[in-house]
Design a binder for this molecule. Structure first.
Ligand code: FMN
Length: 288
């Protein structure tokens, strides 16, 4: 693991930083982030991706609003731009790898914020020259955060961030939907699941659901009704934010599990589990 801090701490510390100090990020720090991002080329599903770090330009702040992002991003000194090819699980792979870059950025003291929108034909895309068929489903703003980073111990005490999340019982089930998973049954994986619960997601919708089935952990996407369509109509984009959210959840799950010495692999094998409703979709399973 290339991180100096335990992944769990980084997950706890990260939050969406929307206001940055004007202080530029040192060349050496940017280089570390660039090197980390450059080494990530393939996601867990095998999609080829590439990431670039670019300096912010004066007009970026205004441009972001027109590209369908929400929230007001003030003073970011740079952006991480990821480019994907058209592939079946490209958005999950994108979410997975970009989130690992975010955790690395957190590790070296930087603030970040995911920004989902229509970047493919924007001033952001000019800076990374996408080839025909390539997409930019989201970018991440970067810089020194104007707000102090959360302190790990304070986070644990106050559970900051956690209260804006769905409960453990709503997210994790035992063998089938509707049967809440107890922390005891989750066993060694209890912390890993908690770190999925803390993951960022588009509009904080938290669409991930996990079912423990023996040594298999099935990941289901619980789509927010109308969210995809609303996004599609509003943004004229093919980016499906909730699939990016799934990749982010997979990243937290795998990095925290491995950090705790828990081994496993991803497998796509649809289980015979009745879905929660028509908006539930199976994505992948972690086999431990
Ligand atoms: C795919 C994706 C897209 C997002 N898009 C935006 C955005 O356009 N504007 C914004 O301010 N935050 C955006 N966010 C951040 C979420 O709103 C944020 O993660 C969520 O509210 C939880 O808060 P936290 O990150 O501080 O824990 C996005 C997050 C994800 C994962």
């Amino acid at each position: 693991m290339p991180f100096a801090h335990p992944v769990e701490e980084l997950v706890e510390q990260r939050f969406s930083c929307r206001s940055y100090l004007s202080q530029p990020v040192e060349e050496q720090t940017l280089q570390r982030l660039t090197d980390y991002a450059a080494a990530l080329q393939t996601g867990p599903f095998g999609t080829q991706l590439r990431f670039s770090l670019v300096a912010a330009r004066e007009k970026d702040q205004k441009a972001l609003r027109k590209l369908g992002t929400y929230g007001f991003i003030k003073g970011a000194t740079g952006f991480i731009i990821g480019v994907i090819q058209d592939d079946e699980k490209n958005l999950e792979d994108f979410g997975y790898l970009m989130e690992s870059i975010i955790l690395f950025a957190t590790d070296i003291g930087l603030g970040t914020c995911w920004l989902g929108g229509t970047f493919t034909k924007s001033s952001f895309s000019e800076r990374v020259s996408p080839r025909p068929g390539e997409l930019i489903p989201a970018v991440v703003s970067l810089g020194y955060c104007a707000k102090k980073p959360r302190r790990f111990d304070a986070v644990i005490r106050n559970s900051a961030g956690a209260e804006r999340r769905l409960s453990w019982e709503q997210l994790f089930s035992d063998s089938r939907f509707g049967v809440p998973l107890s922390r005891e049954t989750a066993g060694d994986y209890a912390t890993t699941l908690e770190m999925v619960r803390r993951a960022p997601s588009a509009s904080n919708k938290q669409p991930w659901r996990i079912i423990k089935d023996g040594n298999r952990w099935h990941f289901f996407l619980q789509r927010t009704p109308g969210y995809r369509e609303r996004m599609l109509v509003r943004l004229f984009t093919v980016a499906d934010m909730q699939r990016i959210d799934m990749g982010i959840a997979m990243c937290h799950f795998e990095l925290v599990a491995r950090d705790h010495g828990l081994d496993g692999r991803w497998e796509i094998n649809t289980p015979a589990i009745e879905k929660y409703d028509e908006f539930t979709e199976y994505t992948v399973s972690w086999v431990s």
